[in-house]
Design a protein around this ligand. Structure first.
Ligand SMILES: [Zn+2]
Length: 78
């Protein structure tokens, strides 16, 4: 799995909408890719902050902004 494929699935992973097979692939990628591990934990924290403020609906465009930032970093780093 490439980083771009991982990042394409990160939303589904957050929503717990991935199959066991896909989850295993994602875990395999994570164990070998520090960049995506950091990305995942950053995304999780961001979502937790929103949820802790009882903002259950993420603001429009937040995911897109995260994606853009992540992909920009990924192009440099991996
Ligand atoms: Zn990666």
């Amino acid at each position: 799995m490439k980083c771009s494929e991982f990042l394409a699935l990160i939303d589904d992973l957050m929503d717990d909408a991935v199959s066991a097979d896909v989850r295993a692939e994602l875990q395999k990628h994570l164990s070998g890719c520090e960049h995506c591990e950091v990305t995942l934990s950053t995304t999780r924290k961001t979502i937790q902050i929103y949820r802790s403020h009882e903002i259950y609906d993420l603001p429009a465009g937040l995911r897109e902004r995260l994606h853009t930032a992540i992909m920009a970093r990924c192009k440099k780093g991996c």
